[in-house]
Structures are given as structure tokens and as C-alpha cells.
Design a protein around this ligand. Sequence first.
Ligand SMILES: [Zn+2]
Ligand SMILES: [Zn+2]
Length: 277
Amino acid sequence: MTADFLFSDLHVHTNKSLCAPRDTVPASYVPYCKDEGIRIIGISDHVYPEDMLAQYGYPEDKRVGRLLDLRPALKEAEEQSGIRYLLGCEIDYFDCVGYPYIRPEESVGFDYVLFASSHILNYPHMYTAYDLNSPDVLRKLTIERFVAACKLDYPVPMGICHPLYPICSPYQAEIIDGISDTTLKELFSMAAEKQISIEIHACLYRNDTPHNEYGLSDHYLRILAAARDCGCKFHMGSDAHAAGAFVGSHGKLRKAAELLGLTEAHIWDVAKGILPS
Ligand SMILES: [Zn+2]
Ligand SMILES: [Zn+2]
């Protein structure tokens, strides 16, 4: 198997995320792990701002503390399947609110956290002061959010999911290609210095830019190559919200790792199942 040192998927959702089907639970992915070459699953559901949940009347079980309630289900799935489970979360943060939606002290129950630095069009109501139809504006925001993530300090291992990927924008190639090599070097040097892991994310094949013969985006591979050159560590993330998106993902992501020339030495400790003691 190509890049078989990538045997963990640290970005998988369950029904604790508002955007996942109601029947997606930690064990939903188990039947597919063998074929996918996955031995560790990291659950990283979205963390929502408490005020937003209250404002929109979202259910109690989506709140930060409730994500930790997944532990027993993870233990049970682990015992029944032999697959190891880690518990992370996917954190949004907005300058306009002034704090990330899970504060550093609240993160101690998680094995790791992923910062969703490019969730911008996911929450347009947070960015009403910006013209989000402008690729230049969105690029600037995407870069600023990445820098903001690199300035966060958490007591658990930190990663950035779908780094610099302008989710939902119709101008993806324009935005990504418009980030200069110099800027990429600055951004990923910051991430490397803070030991923030960079995600080999499904956006490598799930995006609107042209794809190469392997079905991967060279535009997006350029971004990850810059991270590699800056000494960043990596983890793999399908961002599956249900089994369907989990199946078939990891072969493509391993191909990307192979094209990038990644070796085991490039892989984040958490993705190898090594947690800080
Ligand atoms: Zn995300
Ligand atoms: Zn996600």
C-alpha cells in the first residue's frame, strides 16, 4: 500500500456535528477501516459558539462539554472493533467574537484540537463587513485566519484542518494560486514553529480546481508542498460526516502524500497514535 504510514484519519464527524446525518456514530466507520487501511480514527466534531447555539435554539448535546460525552461510545467501539479511537474537535474562531469557541482550558479533555482556519463562507453572518464575493478579500481573510490560528496556544496537540482551503468559494483556484510562495513560507514556518500539524485533507480531490491524472489538485498540492518545505508535520483527514465520504478517501490522500514525497518522519505524533504523557 502506498504511504502506509498514514493509518489514521483524525478528521471524522459524528452526529454531534449539526451537519452530519443523525445516524452517524463513532462505530459507523468501523466496517470500512480494513479496506481503507485505517487503524486509528480521530473523531473531531464541530465546536459551536455557545451564544450561537442559544440564539438559534440548537440542542444541548451540541455544546462543548457534550462532545466529551463521546468517550464511552469511543471505548465501546474500540473494544468491539480493535480500531483505536482518539477524541479531538474542530474549532471555529472569529475575531469579531474575540475568542475561539473552545477555550484552551476547556480543551484538556480532548486528545487534540483542529483549528478550522478557513471556515469563512460557512458563517457569512460573521463576516458581514467583508465582500465575500471578492477573491482578493477572501484570500486575505483566509491568510489572516491562518495566522490567527498559529497564534493560539492550547495545552493539547494542535492541528489545522483543510489549511487555506477556501470552502464554498467559487474562486478556489484564484484564491489559492494568488497566495505567493513567500506568504506560504511565512505561514507554514509559523505552523512548523508551533508544531501545528497540517492536514492532508479531502479538499485535495474535493475542490473546484482542475485535477491531475490521479484526481488530485496540483493547485492544492502546491500548498502542501510549501508546508513540507517548511518542516511541518502532517496528518490525514477525510472530513467524513458519514461512511460514504470515508470510503475511498484514504487511497487518494495517500497518493497525495506519495506525490509530496512524505515519509513517516513527516507525520504528526498524534497521527501515529502517540499522545503527550
Ligand atoms: Zn471544516
Ligand atoms: Zn470537518
